[in-house]
Write a protein that binds this ligand. Structure first.
Ligand SMILES: NC(=O)c1ccc[n+]([C@@H]2O[C@H](COP(=O)([O-])OP(=O)(O)OC[C@H]3O[C@@H](n4cnc5c(N)ncnc54)[C@H](OP(=O)(O)O)[C@@H]3O)[C@@H](O)[C@H]2O)c1
Length: 259
């Protein structure tokens, strides 16, 4: 029997690559993001290349009612979701006092509330059947405070801690939760976070291809790993920061992020 993956933030970037990878494994897809046109172009591409069905739902997931509405639509259609990829997220570059609160409020809604609510909705369906896999996209930002992107870094710390906690809780039901922590990847993320300053820290950085990060995350999810940090250097940094005095972390991080 064919299975189905729900992928949020699937119109571009890592989410679109997740869609391509799941499609290549003959998994049917439910793709959610705001950009209807991009979602439909991806649907056409994937349905032409693979023997799967792709359902697109264009919704703004910073609006709390839309999360429940997506879930209700899926239930009404009688579709069972087997894989949940909570990938939609964005950041905002700039010192907290200089940035708009509304952007932060939406970021917290999307990066934290939407991700948590989808987990909460699907776990209720998965407990009786004792199966289901979740991949929550955090970031290497999760491991330290981030002056210049304070709310984003904190939101990803939430994702990592929340996801590892529920991974522990859900083990007894045979349900796995994987936290994927990519380092910088060139997608639309930088533009969405308004990081296009000429000296922005991503500018000259050699970064992995989105496909590499996605394939790494996918393999970790299938193995049911709780934490997947992409890249040797990122793993090293994420483990070393644990041994540094907390008071140094914001200063070190500020030097990397700011221009
Ligand atoms: N790229 C990096 O360097 C990097 C590093 C670490 C972690 N991450 C994380 O990876 C995830 C994917 O990011 P990306 O790099 O692929 O960025 P991206 O290219 O900007 O893609 C973000 C996706 O999220 C969707 N999205 C944004 N706001 C949304 C909203 N209000 N409602 C529904 N969907 C929304 C976007 O679609 P629409 O615009 O069509 O809505 C898009 O599909 C994010 O959680 C990000 O924090 C990225």
């Amino acid at each position: 029997m064919s299975s189905t993956a729900l992928i949020t933030g699937a119109s571009k970037g890592l989410g679109a690559e997740f869609a391509r990878l799941f499609a290549s494994k003959n998994v049917n897809l439910i793709l959610v993001a705001r950009s209807e046109k991009e979602l439909n172009e991806l649907k056409d591409e994937l349905e032409n290349r693979f023997n799967i069905s792709v359902w697109t739902i264009a919704k703004d997931l910073t609006i709390p009612e839309n999360v429940q509405a997506v879930y209700d639509e899926i239930k009404r259609a009688g579709t069972e979701v087997d894989y949940l990829v909570n990938n939609a997220g964005f950041g905002d570059f700039g010192y907290f006092a200089d940035t708009e609160w509304e952007r932060h409020r939406k970021m917290i809604e999307l990066n934290i509330s939407t991700l948590s609510q989808f987990c909460h909705l699907f776990i209720q369906d998965w407990i009786p059947r004792k199966s289901g896999k979740i991949l929550n996209v955090a970031s290497t930002a999760a491991f330290q405070p981030g002056p210049g992107m304070s709310v984003y870094f904190a939101s990803k710390a939430y994702v990592a801690n929340f996801s590892q906690a529920i991974a522990y809780e859900f083990r007894k039901y045979g349900i796995t939760v994987t936290t994927l922590c990519p380092g910088p990847v060139k997608t639309n993320f930088g533009r969405a976070a308004r990081m296009n300053h000429p000296n922005g820290f991503l500018k000259d950085m050699k970064t992995p291809l989105p496909e590499e990060v996605v394939s790494f995350g996918y393999r970790a999810m299938m193995k049911g790993k709780a934490l997947a940090i992409h890249g040797v250097l990122n793993k090293f940094v994420a483990s070393s920061v644990r041994f540094l005095p907390r008071k140094w972390l914001a200063t070190l991080s500020a030097k990397v992020i700011s221009w």
